[in-house]
Design a protein around this ligand. Structure first.
Ligand SMILES: [Zn+2]
Length: 284
């Protein structure tokens, strides 16, 4: 995708290679729980971490590594994508008479403290509704390329757009409605709600790609395939197959690869947020 010479967002908080690499005594529990959940569920616990609170504090600045040229380029790319996402959601919210509050995006290395608790690189990218920030360790992207077979810059853009999709869900009140069901429904029903939430975030990523393309014609040959490949590569069934060698349908929290691709494509083709009611869709 074309990203050279385009606007960069002011909402990127770059915490890479700086303080907070070590967890002070007592602060590590949240991180451990998050990592444990990650392994149990085989996905990004972006909805789970928000219920975790820790009173951990970071240690004084650990000696930071200076950013490499490649790191800086990646940071610039992320800023351009985030600006692009802002430029799409702002007018779409305006159209329906709502204000769009742009989220911050935190780039981090190894570990990060969020309002949702500690998270490590193993958590994968996540959105924390508590502080309205997207957290991204770019090593996840390297991993996506290496292990999940989802290369390409548009794949990274898709992941960011998916996380901002969770922010859009928060602004629409969907996140609160779903969270209100926690403890009221059984585990199976809860997982179903999580799947519908995830598929809607994929749909919203597709809506972004639709409008961004109309406005800036930024897509290059193969980009959509990259996005679809990424959507498929991070589907729960694929991740579980790679980590466990088999699929456990009841613990799905992100939807199957096929479902993720379908909702991403629906958003991409229609660009119409009204088409994205995954909660009332009879077929996912
Ligand atoms: Zn998600």
């Amino acid at each position: 995708m074309r990203s050279q010479g385009r606007r960069k967002s002011d909402n990127v908080e770059d915490r890479r290679g700086v303080a907070g690499k070590r967890i002070a005594v007592g602060g590590g529990l949240g991180g451990l729980i998050i990592v444990a959940l990650y392994f149990l569920l085989g996905g990004n616990p972006d909805e789970i971490v928000q219920s975790l609170q820790t009173e951990g504090t970071t240690s004084p600045a650990a000696a930071g590594q200076p950013l490499s040229e490649k790191d800086r380029e990646m940071g610039d790319f992320v800023s351009v994508v985030l600006a692009d996402i802002e430029d799409v959601w702002q007018p779409l919210f305006q159209e329906i008479g709502q204000d769009y509050r742009a989220p911050q995006l935190v780039l981090f290395t190894d570990q990060v403290q969020s309002a949702c608790g500690y998270a490590g690189a193993a958590t994968g990218p996540f959105y924390c509704p508590g502080d309205e920030k997207v957290y991204l360790d770019l090593s996840f992207f390297d991993e996506m390329q290496l292990k999940l077979g989802a290369p390409g810059d548009f794949a990274l853009a898709y992941v960011i757009a998916h996380e901002v999709g969770h922010h859009v869900q928060k602004l629409f009140g969907i996140n609160d409605q779903v969270m209100a069901q926690q403890g009221r429904v059984n585990e199976r029903e809860w997982n179903q709600l999580m799947v519908r939430m995830e598929l809607q975030a994929d749909f919203l990523a597709g809506v972004w790609a639709h409008h961004a393309q109309q406005a800036t014609d930024f897509l290059e040959q193969g980009d959509i395939e990259e996005g679809i490949n990424a959507a498929g590569a991070v589907g729960d069934d694929r991740i579980q197959r790679q980590t466990q060698g088999y699929v456990v349908p009841d613990s799905f929290t992100h939807g199957t690869s096929e479902q993720r691709v379908r909702w991403f494509k629906k958003g991409l083709e229609t660009g119409d947020i009204r088409q994205g009611d995954t909660f009332n869709a009879s077929i996912l």
